[in-house]
Design a protein around this ligand. Structure first.
Ligand code: F6R
Length: 364
């Protein structure tokens, strides 16, 4: 039931602290990820894994892109993330020692399921499913399973499924990286960030009223550009997808470093530019990209980490809690969900049932 909430999407956005806590429950102990989360043999399997192929669609693909950054940077193991409808038709090359990972909220997405079936014939070490529906086809076809525990997601636009996918993939990346010899301090810090996620997300949800006020600026816009770097590039992609899906505003996401290679030509006073600015190694580069937008008269909206906020000289800056590399993409997603929700409400669209879209895409 929607209860006090006007839409399922809003309810599901606000359920995220609980959904994240549920997804982490019983999977961390004494500050460490329990390696049994993937099943009993996972230790030996992770030790053998020399490459990871992640396959998914839509929002779940964006979770895979974030995980790819984590896996390469923490575990030092090559990782690709790919759209299932491309993977399944392109004859992927699979070297020995490769783990296949599918990500799906429903567990029934036709392209993801077909990719998994193809993968089973391609000599992967194992097929891991990160999924929200225990009795789904994708779970049944996989040899390893890591469930997200988001609970039923009714809104067509995915919210809590995405952030719980990130939490599950964070657990996986840290467990895997630990098996591959990740520096102990960085490992423990990553696990601590996961444990802090429910609280950090609850804190970020308090920005709701401020974001609702910003939404008025977008209601009459035709286009929007989302920018990020590193793990925040896929977060920007997810922000653009949410805005497209429910408000029908054309939105694109770019890695901020690509601005000069084309999209800067679009920037003018009618083009809102939304940037996610975590406090990471690339922040100085991002801030200089934003300066380029500002000097072209672009309307800039910045969702900034607490420690970055004071460096962004703009009234349309929203300050989020300070976060590390694992928590930041999850936390940064929250304001983007709220922004697209409020813009859609102002535009009077059917938020929970956007036109032309289905919750579960069981045909190609
Ligand atoms: C976007 C959205 C879709 C799904 C995609 C994959 O808000 O919901 O892009 O993410 O259809 O669905 P699952 O995760 O069920 O495989």
């Amino acid at each position: 039931e929607r209860g006090e909430y006007r839409h399922y999407m809003l309810k599901e956005i606000h359920e995220q602290p609980q959904a994240l806590a549920d997804t982490l429950e019983g999977r961390i102990s004494g500050g460490r990820v329990l390696t049994q989360i993937l099943g009993v043999d996972a230790d030996a399997l992770l030790a053998q894994t020399e490459a990871v192929h992640i396959v998914a669609c839509g929002t779940s693909y964006h979770a895979g892109l974030v995980a790819r950054y984590w896996i390469e940077s923490l575990a030092g193991i090559p990782c690709t993330a790919e759209i299932a409808s491309e993977y399944r038709y392109r004859n992927p090359v699979v070297r020995p020692g490769t783990l296949f990972v599918s990500i799906s909220q429903s567990g029934e997405t036709a392209d993801t399921l077909a990719a998994l079936k193809l993968a089973k014939a391609r000599g992967y070490l194992a097929q891991l499913a990160v999924c929200n529906v225990p009795e789904s086809s994708i779970v049944r076809e996989s040899s390893l399973v890591l469930m997200t525990r988001a609970g039923p997601e009714i809104g067509v636009a995915s919210t809590k499924a995405f952030t719980t996918q990130l939490a599950a993939l964070g657990l996986f990346a840290l467990a895997f990286a630990h098996a591959k010899g990740l520096d102990e301090a960085r490992y423990l810090d990553g696990v601590r960030q996961l444990e802090q996620l429910p609280g950090l997300v609850a804190e970020t949800l308090k920005l709701d009223a401020e974001i609702e006020a910003l939404a008025a600026d977008f209601a009459d816009k035709q286009h929007a550009l989302f920018l990020g770097r590193g793990t925040h590039w896929p977060v920007a992609m997810e922000g653009a997808l949410k805005l497209k899906e429910i408000s029908y505003i054309h939105a694109e996401a770019y890695a901020a470093g690509e601005l000069k290679h084309g999209p800067l030509a679009l920037v003018d006073a009618d083009m809102p530019v939304i940037a996610v600015a975590p406090n990471d190694a690339l922040i100085d580069k991002l801030l200089s990209n934003l300066e380029e937008v500002r000097t072209r008269g672009g309307e800039l909206y910045v969702f900034a980490d607490h420690d970055v906020g004071s460096r962004v000289d703009d009234s349309r800056t929203l300050v989020m809690p300070a976060c590390g590399e694992i928590a930041a993409p999850v936390v940064s997603t929250i304001p983007l969900q709220l922004l697209s929700y409020h813009v859609a409400v102002l535009r009077g669209t059917d938020v929970d049932q956007p036109r032309n879209l289905a919750k579960s895409v069981t045909v190609e």
